[in-house]
Design a protein around this ligand. Structure first.
Ligand code: AMP
Ligand code: MG
Length: 495
């Protein structure tokens, strides 16, 4: 009899024969659980523009540098920037623009003061003495911004100050000079908002009122910059990535819909055995319920496959061959039972007659020894031993990695290490996959072998949270020894 192959070598043999499924496009709304066929690259930065992290007022940090709880700075509100509705005005010296979270930072602004740190309306008139303190305007003479007129162009316009481009405190858009306030006379109803040392700023006409700023903010305060999250040209997700909620959101963020994904591998499930009876039919003498049809189909779906058929064959050569012939039309045929050496096990012979080429038969693994793997054309065929636990363990060990790899995913299993809670002894003829429950103590994970390890005890899979892998050559482990464990988690087991 052929020597059994070790688990890792068997898995390598399987993965070496995997072919990627074709690419197809699906709507983002239907793409949960699919795998990306191409890298997802952002064309534009996200966020696409500098915007506010808070509801408040967009300001020039330099204007409010002297503001404090008892010495607020008054700014004229000249516009509003709402989410989806940017301000139409640029921010000038001594001005504020009301802004909502996520709204575009107006030109000329370099910081946002939270609404909680401000007071709006006529409070300036009755506020503390400082309320009417002049807005600090750095080196720029206080006055009215004007189009080039009597003053020399650029006269009095500061170009010094803050760090970022748009925030450099130039005058309002369109202005290129400042006329000193002393050189002006104000009409009774000012038409231009102005920060004024001698009187409260205008409260209505030509403005949206005024706001008292009660804190100084640094440039960039409460500002989210364009590209903070995603840079233009950035690869956000790699081909093969499985699309969960965060991935779907990231694809939406960069504007990808529909999305190129791998076609789900098509899986045919076949159970074999005269004794098998589906739920709902009376059990004849010697008959048992067929559970593998359900466990294997569900495991395949959780691995990203489309289950195209779930069939059954009695233990007869002809029927077995016919059913297997149909199953081999899928990308992956999984036949459960009838693969061993019993007189009524016809699967191996039928596979050979159908032209399937054996890659391995018998793995050094318990449960799951007589596992068969081969190919016919591009189809992969797995013959899994029929015991309900064997079928699940061998599916998780060999079939699941293949299905993930076919859709472009990383087939590495979800492994970690744990300390064994109790001693475990075994002969050195093959590796054991020991069903365990996991416990976390102060030193990390502890794997406790479940009491009933029989390959027919399907209910042991209900409590199992991990398979501890005790290698072939290992004669046993003491309590506290470190062991590799494969997690039976939501990804693989659905809970
Ligand atoms: P076999 O691999 O056909 O020798 O079957 C091994 C054991 O698994 C036998 O006890 C079968 O009755 C049992 N078995 C096989 N197929 C199934 C199935 N689909 N559901 C539940 N038990 C099964
Ligand atoms: Mg059988």
């Amino acid at each position: 009899m052929a020597k059994a192959i070790e688990i890792e070598a068997a898995r390598r043999e399987v993965l070496a024969r995997v072919r990627l499924t074709a690419t197809e496009e699906v709507g983002l709304a239907e793409a949960l659980g699919r795998r990306l066929a191409l890298d997802a690259v952002a064309e534009a930065p996200f966020p696409p523009f500098d915007n506010s992290a808070m509801d408040g007022f967009a300001v020039r940090a330099a204007d409010v540098a002297g503001a404090g709880a008892d010495s607020p700075v008054t700014l004229a509100i000249v516009d509003e920037s709402r989410a989806g509705h940017p301000a139409t005005k640029a921010l000038g010296v001594g001005e504020a623009i009301a802004i909502s979270t996520g709204a575009m930072l107006p030109a000329g602004a370099d910081a946002v003061v939270r609404v909680e740190d401000t007071e709006r309306g006529s409070a300036a008139a009755t506020g503390p003495a400082g309320a009417e303190t002049a807005v600090p305007v750095q080196d720029t003479p206080r006055g009215l911004a004007a189009a080039r007129g009597p003053a020399a162009a650029d006269g009095g316009v500061s170009t010094e100050g803050t760090a970022r481009g748009p925030a450099t405190p130039r005058g309002p858009a369109g202005a290129d000079a400042v006329v000193r306030v002393e050189d002006t006379a104000r009409p009774a109803t000012p038409s231009v908002p102005v920060a004024d040392a001698g009187a409260p700023p205008p409260s209505s006409a030509g403005t949206l009122g005024r706001v008292l700023i009660r804190v100084a903010v640094a440039a960039d305060a409460n500002v989210r910059h364009a590209g903070d999250d995603i840079a233009a040209g950035e690869t956000v997700l790699r081909a093969g990535a499985e699309l969960g909620p965060a991935e779907l959101g990231a694809l939406a963020t960069i504007g990808i819909d529909p999305v190129p994904v791998r076609r789900r591998p098509r899986v045919a499930v076949l159970t074999s055995g005269d004794e098998l009876t589906p739920p709902g039919r009376p059990l004849g003498p010697g008959a048992i319920r067929d559970s593998n049809s359900r466990t294997v189909a569900a495991l395949a779906r959780l691995a990203g496959a489309e289950v195209v058929s779930v069939d059954w064959t009695p233990d007869e050569p002809e029927a077995t061959r016919a059913a297997l012939g149909r199953a081999l039309g899928a990308d992956v045929a999984i036949v459960c039972g009838g693969i061993s050496v019993g007189e009524h096990d016809h699967v191996k012979a039928a596979l050979a007659e159908l032209g399937a080429e054996e890659v391995f038969w018998r793995v050094a693994l318990k449960p799951g020894g007589p596992t068969w793997f081969g190919t016919r054309g591009e189809a992969l065929a797995f013959g899994l031993p029929g015991n309900p636990v064997s079928v699940m363990v061998t599916f998780l060990t060999f079939v699941r990695p293949a299905l993930i790899a076919m859709a472009g995913g990383e087939p590495t299993s979800r492994r970690t290490t744990a300390r064994l809670g109790a001693a475990y002894e075994k002969p050195t003829d093959r590796a054991h996959a020991v069903r365990c429950r996991l416990e976390l103590d102060e030193r990390g994970w502890v794997a406790w072998p479940l009491p009933r390890q029989g390959s027919h005890v399907l209910t042991s899979m209900l409590a199992a949270e991990a398979l501890a892998l005790v290698p072939t050559e290992c004669a046993g482990l003491a309590a506290g020894d470190t062991v590799d464990v494969e997690l039976l988690d939501r990804a693989s087991m659905g809970r």
